[in-house]
Ligand binder design. Structure first.
Ligand SMILES: [Zn+2]
Length: 206
């Protein structure tokens, strides 16, 4: 029939805006997959890294090799991004006895914070924004070059700059701090999935 859409093609739909990556650190992959299983994927695709690196600190004699692998793994992600997605969300998990907490790392933390503030109060669960910067030439500290007067703290990262400071896409590192045995709590998984969906649905509007 003329004008009839092709099977499986949703008229007016574009490709998802964001790519969620889980399992960069292999010990955190199970949690990432549990979150991914709950996601509404309207606005995002999921990439599970099959062989991630250990999230534990490498021994001193393994440090050089580990750093090379770490950089190589992140550089591979840029190949997945280019021309396809405007946002990369890199999910990590840590532990916190005090309960669920989340940290978001982004070059554009201020803008992201303003966008999120419409729906999030940043207190329950606690959500902290951290601006990614680069080390100032010749300096020992981690303050980025353009620290400005922002109330948002800054941090440097071992992630290659072409990943977190790329003109073609935005990078968000999301670190979820889990209470003991919290990685399988459905309520907690729903909170994390909800935040990821919300960020992805914000599209370019931040
Ligand atoms: Zn991690």
């Amino acid at each position: 029939m003329p004008g009839c859409p092709l099977p499986g093609v949703r008229i007016g739909m574009t490709r998802p805006h964001a790519l969620l990556v889980v399992g960069i650190h292999r010990e955190e992959r199970a949690f990432g997959e549990a979150v991914a299983a709950r996601l509404d994927r309207t606005h995002l695709d999921v990439l599970v890294v099959p062989e991630g690196l250990s999230g534990k600190r490498p021994r001193q004699d393994q440090r050089f090799h580990f750093d090379l692998l770490h950089k190589a793994l992140y550089r591979q992600l840029t190949g997945h991004m280019e021309g396809k997605y405007a946002l990369l969300i890199d999910l990590h998990a840590g532990q916190d006895e005090a309960g669920l907490g989340m940290e978001i790392y982004s070059r554009d933390a201020e803008a992201l914070g303003r966008g999120l503030a419409v729906h999030y109060d940043f207190t329950s669960p606690p959500l902290r924004l951290i601006r990614l910067g680069h080390r100032v030439e010749g300096s020992q500290d981690d303050m980025p070059a353009a620290a400005g007067q922002s109330a948002i703290p800054s941090a440097a990262t071992p992630i290659p700059r072409e990943v977190w400071d790329n003109l073609a896409f935005r990078y968000i590192g999301l670190e979820v701090f889990l209470p003991p045995a919290g990685g399988e709590d459905p309520e907690l998984l729903a909170i994390v999935a909800g935040l990821i969906e919300h960020i992805a649905a914000m599209g370019e509007h931040w």
